[in-house]
Design a protein around this ligand. Structure first.
Ligand code: CA
Ligand code: CA
Length: 467
């Protein structure tokens, strides 16, 4: 019995799962782990009966599964509540408006910009204020049931009874940021842009946080991401442009202007011909077609109606300009995996390379024969199973951007070709890199757009007047 228990303990997979659970992760254990966990626990129980009790084994297994965070020891809820009641006593009729909620958030020991979610979770939207009783009842329940920031924030934003967040759940929170953050004060006059900014930030949240692509952010995903740290930073950082992961206005401006250029009739949708014009037709038509196939877009009508929404364009542009992130690698992998079997096979690579060859010949540049290109790429990716490139291989190789550009972006492919191989290898080392490819692109494009704007003051339509 002891041997069996030891071998389970040494099992690296199980240990990893246990470690994750011990940190309070919220996800369902695969059944094979459940079985092994049960066996492990039963093993422990029998050891207790059969063997002399040693101190280590006599302790019962501590609770390690905390779906709503690990409860804090000595948490005095009544103390916390009395602080909040004191703040409410300062307000007329002990009612707080949205403007008062900053003080309430601080009394709750929350980051300042939790004020919107706190207000709306206590029903403030209906009456325009929250009473002390309603607020305290709501917050007491949160304190009793949610034990860390991810769990509390999700509870505040989610629809009743839901344990995940969908895109619209972020709306009120983000609108409150737009309405009250000093770094976005200039947007006050331009209410038409509030929605666009909120939509863009929402897409960026899902792009970075919703690693499962389900459209539903779980507590586990929220906890693992940098999002709540960024929400906390909104309080200290007066310039939202420094928060480049989610909230940067400049990044929004770049994405929106890039879309505006392609969306010539400004109905907020683009078709394949519009998207093909991106970056001077750098992306192959076969790839453009794949983007409209429904494999990487949230809007279900993309394939049927042949048009891409602004929200889906946000995903496209970030993936196109930074092919080193996990989401981006998944994005392009999905596009290249024509039969969806989870492997890029030779015929799929050849399908995309054919068009690259035709385009090179038209330039005219003599293309590398497919076999030579294939050798180079296999050398670069070094797949675990020879000849079969998986998502895992591409994430591991650190040069996924070169791989993808070789197959569908003629301009970037030629750029990589002109670099010496050593600088390319250095490029692959993203760790320690000060700016991501996306940040660099957004900064350069923003400067260009502002210069253009200054050079042409008469350019007054659409996004022209909003930098
Ligand atoms: Ca259009
Ligand atoms: Ca495939």
């Amino acid at each position: 019995m002891r041997m069996k228990e030891l071998s389970l303990r040494q099992d690296p997979d199980l240990r990893k799962e246990l470690a994750l659970l011990a940190r309070g992760c919220d996800f369902v254990l695969p059944s094979r782990f459940k079985k092994r966990l049960r066996a492990f626990q039963q093993g422990q129980a029998q050891v207790k009966k059969e063997e002399p009790i040693t101190p280590a084994l006599s302790e019962s297994i501590p609770k390690f599964y905390f779906p709503r965070g690990r409860p804090q020891a000595n948490l005095n809820i009544d103390n916390l509540i009395s602080k909040i009641e004191k703040i409410f006593s300062e307000f007329p009729n002990e009612r707080a408006t949205i403007e008062d909620m900053g003080k309430v958030a601080k009394a709750c020991e929350c980051p300042l910009y939790w004020k919107g979610p706190l207000f709306y979770a206590a029903g403030g939207e209906r009456t325009g204020f929250v009473s002390v009783h309603k607020f305290v009842a709501m917050w007491r329940k949160v304190l009793q049931t949610c034990h860390d920031d991810a769990s509390k924030f999700l509870h505040l934003l989610a629809k009743p009874g839901c344990n995940y967040l969908e895109q619209e759940d972020f709306r009120q929170f983000l609108m409150d940021v737009v309405n009250s953050h000093p770094g976005l004060a200039f947007l006050k006059e331009a209410s038409g842009f509030h929605n666009r900014y909120v939509n863009t930030v929402t897409q960026r949240i899902f792009y970075n946080v919703n690693r499962s692509w389900t459209g539903k952010i779980t507590q586990f995903e929220l906890r693992k991401s940098s999002f709540l740290q960024n929400v906390a930073l909104l309080e200290e950082e007066e310039d939202v442009n420094h928060l480049t992961e989610y909230f940067s206005y400049e990044h929004f401006y770049v994405i929106y202007c890039k879309f505006w250029e392609l969306d010539t009739d400004h109905d907020l949708f683009i078709d394949q011909r519009d998207l093909a014009r991106h970056n001077d037709h750098a992306i192959s038509l076969r790839m453009i077609e794949r983007i409209f196939s429904g494999t990487v877009t949230r809007d279900r009508k993309v394939k049927k109606q042949g048009r891409l929404s602004y929200e889906d364009f946000v995903w496209f542009l970030i993936s196109e300009e930074d092919k080193k992130t996990e989401t981006s690698i998944e994005y392009w992998f999905r596009c290249m995996d024509l039969d969806g079997d989870g492997v890029l096979s030779m015929y799929e690579l050849q399908y995309f390379y054919e068009e690259q060859c035709q385009r090179l010949e038209a330039m005219p540049v003599e293309p590398l024969p497919f076999e030579d290109c294939l050798c180079q790429m296999l050398d670069l990716v070094r797949p675990e199973v020879p000849g079969k490139i998986t998502l895992r291989d591409l994430k591991r190789c650190k040069l996924s951007h070169i791989f993808f550009d070789t197959f569908f972006n003629i301009e970037k492919y030629l750029e990589h070709e002109q670099k010496d191989p050593f600088s390319v290898l250095r490029d692959g080392e993203t760790e320690g890199q000060e700016y991501s490819d996306w940040e660099r692109y957004a900064a350069e494009e923003y400067d260009t757009l502002v210069e253009e704007e200054m050079a042409n003051e008469q350019y007054a339509d659409g996004c022209g007047s909003l930098y």
